[in-house]
Design a protein around this ligand. Structure first.
Ligand code: HEC
Ligand code: HEC
Ligand code: HEC
Ligand code: HEC
Ligand code: HEC
Length: 179
């Protein structure tokens, strides 16, 4: 059966347009995303160890189910456990230092899109997409590691796989992610 959807409303056409635009725009934000080496962090926070203790992702990143941003834990949240611990290395001393001075820890962003991209965690969590699909397996990492290739094609590719053609009209609309 032949599709009655006009060509410019088809996902494949939109993707082609987008790819052409991407080429024209010339990889201005490229490069940054091609490295998987984590940036220098103020504290080498071990995800693997803390997740191993039983701390859930949402315990520290409380925003994922309710809004656009996941959020980072406050120093108070670290202190909730760490005030009962005796520091046995320099990183644990630093937790004490920030907590006693009432300072927030200046974490360097790792999972980040350019300002002109609107990403919202909530619909993804509600649709059952797991954190590791997009962020890698944090249970094997210390500090978060940047993931390769998370460009527009990556978003669109999954949107197409996880939706019906009707839904994909919205999920591939430029205004869904750029406004
Ligand atoms: C659920 C309780 C809990 C929370 C919340 C918590 N920690 Fe910990 N953390 C621990 C425990 C327990 C240890 C292990 C202590 C030991 O072995 O002496 C630890 C160890 C550490 C270590 C040392 C790891 C190593 O072996 O080198 C660092 C660094 C650390 N935590 C940083 C943080 C930071 C930063 C935060 C806040 C973002 C935080 N922790 C939040 C319980 C917690
Ligand atoms: C569909 C992919 C996807 C899933 C699933 C996902 N994330 Fe994200 N996450 C992203 C993207 C993309 C960004 C960058 C957003 C930006 O810069 O606007 C991000 C950013 C973040 C950040 C840093 C910025 C912020 O939002 O505060 C944290 C922390 C985070 N995610 C944690 C999580 C956790 C925890 C889960 C699971 C409960 C999760 N993410 C699920 C794609 C995802
Ligand atoms: C005890 C608190 C804690 C728990 C539990 C925790 N995180 Fe984190 N997370 C942090 C801290 C602190 C940072 C900032 C340091 C870093 O980038 O690793 C962070 C950073 C991140 C980032 C990068 C954020 C950015 O600013 O770009 C992602 C993605 C992330 N965590 C995902 C997860 C996932 C997925 C889980 C569950 C498997 C998880 N975290 C569990 C405390 C936690
Ligand atoms: C692994 C799969 C996957 C990836 C990767 C992914 N998404 Fe999604 N996205 C989904 C699913 C599933 C939905 C929910 C669809 C629904 O509710 O019908 C969604 C919904 C959305 C919505 C809400 C649309 C609306 O109007 O309800 C936005 C905005 C969005 N995604 C942006 C992005 C951006 C930006 C990226 C890349 C940085 C991205 N997504 C990557 C699977 C993904
Ligand atoms: C599902 C989300 C999503 C949709 C829908 C989407 N984009 Fe994007 N777009 C992104 C993300 C993420 C980036 C940043 C990463 C990159 O450069 O690939 C981006 C980047 C761009 C850039 C800048 C490229 C550069 O290298 O600076 C342009 C131009 C662009 N998009 C145009 C469009 C047009 C036109 C449409 C509609 C046909 C569209 N986008 C639809 C997610 C989306």
């Amino acid at each position: 059966m032949k599709s009655k959807v006009p060509i410019w409303q088809r996902g494949s056409f939109r993707i082609t347009v987008a790819i052409i635009l991407l080429i024209l725009a010339g990889g201005a934000v490229g490069g940054v995303y091609f490295t998987q080496i984590p940036p220098e962090q103020p504290i080498q926070f071990p995800h693997n160890f803390h997740v191993g203790l039983g701390a859930q992702c949402e315990y520290c990143h409380t925003g994922t189910a309710t809004g656009p941003s996941a959020g980072l834990p406050t120093t108070d949240k670290c202190w909730g456990c760490h005030q009962q611990l005796t520091p046995r290395n320099a990183d644990m001393e630093l937790v004490v230092h920030y907590a006693e001075k009432g300072l927030s820890i200046p974490w360097v962003p790792v999972a980040i899109q350019p300002d002109f991209v609107q990403f919202n965690h909530q619909p993804h969590i509600l649709a059952g997409v797991s954190c590791s699909t997009c962020h890698g397996d944090l249970t094997t990492m210390t500090v978060a590691e940047p993931q390769k290739g998370q460009n527009m094609g990556w978003c669109l590719d999954c949107h197409q796989k996880m939706s019906t053609p009707e839904e994909f009209v919205r999920l591939s609309d430029c205004a869904t992610c750029h406004y």
